[in-house]
Ligand binder design. Structure first.
Ligand code: GDP
Ligand code: IMO
Ligand code: MG
Length: 423
């Protein structure tokens, strides 16, 4: 196996960071290809909790080359803060273990400001992370995005920022009545950071191509999850990038090759941060218990995550939409706190029973149909798991139709069972 992708199969925060860290140890390259610092990927190493937002989760392994592909929207300030944080953990990040595409689109202060103004004043609140992700992708698609390679040239940067600001200035002044940074200040801020960034910048597409020709092993680290994909997700309550399989090809490149394995990471239940429909959401004590025991707080914004039962129609959809070949099922340990356990196996929608959450259906109108499962109380101290635990896992496997290759039962590196060989 030369290539592997790790993709969130739900609404993000499925535990991708932990799986990427573990499988990344066997890879030569770990590549982020979409999203930005809206991501929060947690890795627990001993007593350290490391949350990565922009830098790929391969960075913890010194032999791995981490790559930020051109599909990522890049906030230079957030990146430099993350470098300092990693340095404090004793992790050295240099041009030998990190390459950033010079074609990443820059998130400016204007994008962040618009994001937060819209969320506080807009007609439709999405519950974004406020990191400027959507507005930066808008400018990219609008062909007025600023690329990282532009920020090391002061005059060019100022010109690009002026283009970016032209329409936004009207919004700031007349629509939102908000102060905003001057063109001069924003130019200075980004230009200064550009010099610190420039050693990491290169043509990452060419780099990936060369590495693949030299038979290097590559792992693509997805951010967010399939249900947050701008095309495949629960639109408009989504992020602004292609979080699913297709994003790899537009956001990083994998020239002339198929991807051997696409692992969909899913929690043994479902969570969501932000607004939008959530068919199996539990707005009762059971949901609260999962939230508390699972420590379900967003790794980027600290918001409480909404919690609910595992939604099989959603997983079946993610498998189709993102070509998933196996599943990593995480947070199984959290379910041991419950006195009841349910799986949503289908939806009732306009009088029909549906087993897959195709995008044509309105998720806010479905009625989830549940199967009660025997509870399990495993303490995961030995390799032996209970019959009830195995029943839960096997039932999910049979329902989704692809293998569950990984079972995770705690945040630490060793709290995992590999049922399938990867790399
Ligand atoms: P990501 O965005 O997909 O990387 O996931 P996050 O890091 O945002 O959230 C997952 C959280 O669950 C983190 O706090 C992890 O440390 C934790 N975690 C991962 N796997 C497990 C698991 O199997 N059990 C428990 N209890 N926690 C886990
Ligand atoms: P990781 O990679 C969970 C959600 C936000 C909001 C919507 C749009 O850690 O799984 P955005 O700021 O992207 O415009 O917000 O997407 N969201 C995430 N939810 N995990 C994430 O990343 C997320 N990144 C964005 O809460 O609902
Ligand atoms: Mg996260």
């Amino acid at each position: 196996m030369q290539s592997l992708a790790i993709i969130g199969a739900q609404w993000g925060d499925e535990g991708k960071g932990k799986i990427t860290d573990l499988l990344g140890a066997k890879a030569d390259l770990v590549v982020r290809y979409q999203g930005g610092n809206n991501a929060g990927h947690t890795i627990i190493v001993g007593d350290k909790k490391i949350v990565l937002h922009l830098i790929p989760s391969g960075i913890l392994h010194p032999h791995v080359l981490s790559i930020v592909g051109h599909g990522v929207v890049f906030d230079p300030g957030a990146f430099l803060d993350e470098l300092v944080k990693l340095d404090n953990y004793g992790l050295k990040v240099t041009r030998d273990n990190l390459a950033i595409s010079e074609n990443c689109t820059v998130i400016t202060s204007y994008h962040r400001l618009i994001d937060t103004l819209r969320e506080s004043n807009g007609l439709r609140k999405i519950g974004t992370t406020g990191r400027g992700i959507g507005p930066a992708y808008e400018d990219k698609a609008g062909r007025r995005g600023i690329k990282l390679r532009d920020i090391v040239h002061r005059d060019l940067l100022k010109q690009r920022l002026a283009e970016c600001l032209a329409e936004k200035e009207v919004l700031f002044k007349h629509h939102y009545h908000s102060p905003f940074p001057s063109l001069e200040d924003e130019t200075n801020r980004l230009y200064e950071m550009g010099h610190k960034l420039s050693p990491f910048l290169c043509d990452t597409f060419g780099l990936i191509d060369q590495c693949l020709q030299n038979n290097k092993k590559i792992l693509f680290e997805g951010a967010q999850g399939v249900l947050l994909d701008v095309d495949y997700g629960s639109y408009p309550y989504v992020t602004s990038s292609n979080t699913s399989f297709g994003g790899i090809f537009t956001g990083a490149g994998h020239p002339n090759r198929p991807i051997d394995e696409v692992i969909g990471v899913a929690k043994a239940y479902t969570t969501r941060v932000g607004e939008g429909p959530f068919p199996t959401e539990l707005k009762d004590g059971v949901g609260e218990k999962i939230q508390t025991v699972g420590k379900e707080f967003g790794a980027t914004t600290g918001r409480k995550r909404r919690c609910g039962w595992l939604d099989i129609p959603l997983l079946r959809y993610s498998i189709k939409a993102s070509n998933l070949t196996s599943i990593a099922l995480t947070k199984l340990d959290v379910l041991t706190c419950l006195d009841e356990l349910k799986l949503c196996y289908a939806y009732r929608y306009h009088g029909k029973e549906l087993d897959c959450a195709y995008p044509g259906i309105d998720l806010s109108e479905v009625e989830p149909l549940y199967k009660s499962m025997p509870v399990f109380r495993d303490d995961f101290q030995t390799n032996k798991t209970s019959h009830e635990f195995e029943t839960y896992v096997r039932t999910i496997e049979e329902m989704v139709g692809i293998p569950i290759g990984i079972l995770a039962f705690g945040p630490e590196r060793n709290q995992i069972i590999f049922r399938k060989a990867y790399f």
